[in-house]
Design a binder for this molecule. Structure first.
Ligand code: IPM
Ligand code: MN
Length: 347
């Protein structure tokens, strides 16, 4: 039996609540399929207040040896500015480990009613996760003065754009064969025109995939008006970030939005984390919805090659939600939802 070495970073707020839930479910999914060992790292805003950094200097190197990383949530803006906490933990890990494909599935789970009048939809959003608008290139001069200047430069490399699009094409090929590439090339005439060009070049290699190009503004409307027409959606870091919150909203809320930060060439560990943040207002109250976190476990299992276990976890989530468990905020506690998923797994 294989044993996986997993690094856990519960992080802040409800990150801790949902990581506990996720790992409980992982334990039930493992059964006689695989074994796993967890090492928990206390890296968080609390850690920052004590140590002056979100993780130790060798934090990234410490994580490198693990088979996968599971992260709950990062952020506690009351004590540490988000710009500090996120640039000290989450974002450096994504970049250092070349987790360039951020995969976020958006569909209605059994029993869950989203806010839209729709028969259903099944979107796989693929967000570029290491460069683009979030490259971190920029600076400020004359800080605090009248002549202050702030510059933040988007960085789009051919290697970076090509690999995320290629990843999208492969996913589309394995699904319903539709790929929508999202840009804003009518207004941003360098980076986004470049992205469109690379999309067209690659399209020639994937004649079995139907490609469409959409601008981000029109895409936002489409995800509300006709999400059923979408299959795989590929977007830059910023656009993908925004669209996946919209995706979360149409699938019933952030409590259902799973996410995987994938290093497709497997040269370093991938990281799995729900889309939602640390939600300080409900932290520790046993009311956070763990479904996004548990779904992210299914993504982790899929990535590790445990397809059966991944399918079992996803099936168990839908058995629970199909019975009405956890389908609306306030309906069930974190523990009740977790227990229902585990019961379904063990049934
Ligand atoms: C997400 C989050 C992060 C991101 C923030 C917290 C930096 O919003 O994972 O979508 O934008 O990547
Ligand atoms: Mn986001």
């Amino acid at each position: 039996m294989k044993t996986y070495n997993l690094a856990l970073i519960p992080g802040d707020g409800i990150g801790v609540d949902v990581t506990d839930a996720a790992i409980e479910v992982l334990g039930a999914a493992a059964k006689d399929r695989f074994a796993f060992k967890t090492t928990t790292f206390p890296w968080s805003c609390e850690y920052y207040l004590e140590h002056g950094s979100m993780m130790p200097d060798d934090g990234v190197e410490t994580l490198r040896g693990f088979d996968a990383i599971y992260l709950g949530a990062v952020g506690w803006p009351e004590t540490v500015p988000d710009s500090v906490s996120l640039h000290g933990l989450l974002l450096p890990i994504r970049k250092a480990f070349n987790q360039y494909a951020n995969i976020r599935p958006h569909r209605l789970l059994a029993g869950v009613e989203g806010p839209l009048k729709t028969e259903g939809f099944d979107i796989l959003c693929i967000r570029e996760n290491t460069e683009g608008e979030y490259s971190g290139a920029g600076g400020r001069v004359h800080q605090g003065k009248d002549n202050e200047v702030a510059v933040e430069t988007s960085v789009f490399t051919r290697a970076g754009v090509e690999r995320i699009l290629r990843f999208g094409f492969e996913q589309a090929r394995a699904r319903r064969g539709l790929l929508t590439s999202v840009t804003k090339s009518n207004a941003q005439k360098y980076s986004m025109v470049f992205w469109d060009e690379v999309t067209r070049e690659l399209a020639a290699e994937y004649p079995d995939v139907t490609v469409s190009h959409m601008h981000i503004d029109a895409m936002a409307a489409k995800m509300v008006m006709a999400p059923q027409d979408l299959d795989v959606v590929v977007a830059s870091n910023l656009f993908g970030d925004i669209l996946t919150d919209l995706g979360a909203a149409i699938q019933g809320g952030l409590g259902f939005a799973a996410s995987a930060n994938i290093n497709p060439d497997r040269s370093a560990p991938s990281m799995f984390e729900p889309v939602h943040g640390s939600a300080p207002d409900i932290a520790g109250k046993n009311i956070a919805n763990p479904i996004a976190a548990i779904w992210s476990v299914a993504q982790m299992l899929e990535h590790l090659g445990e397809a059966d276990a991944a399918a079992a976890v996803l099936g168990a989530i839908e058995t629970a939600t199909g019975k009405g468990i956890g389908i609306r905020p306030g309906l069930n506690t974190t523990q009740e939802i977790t227990a229902a998923v585990i019961a379904a797994l063990e049934a």
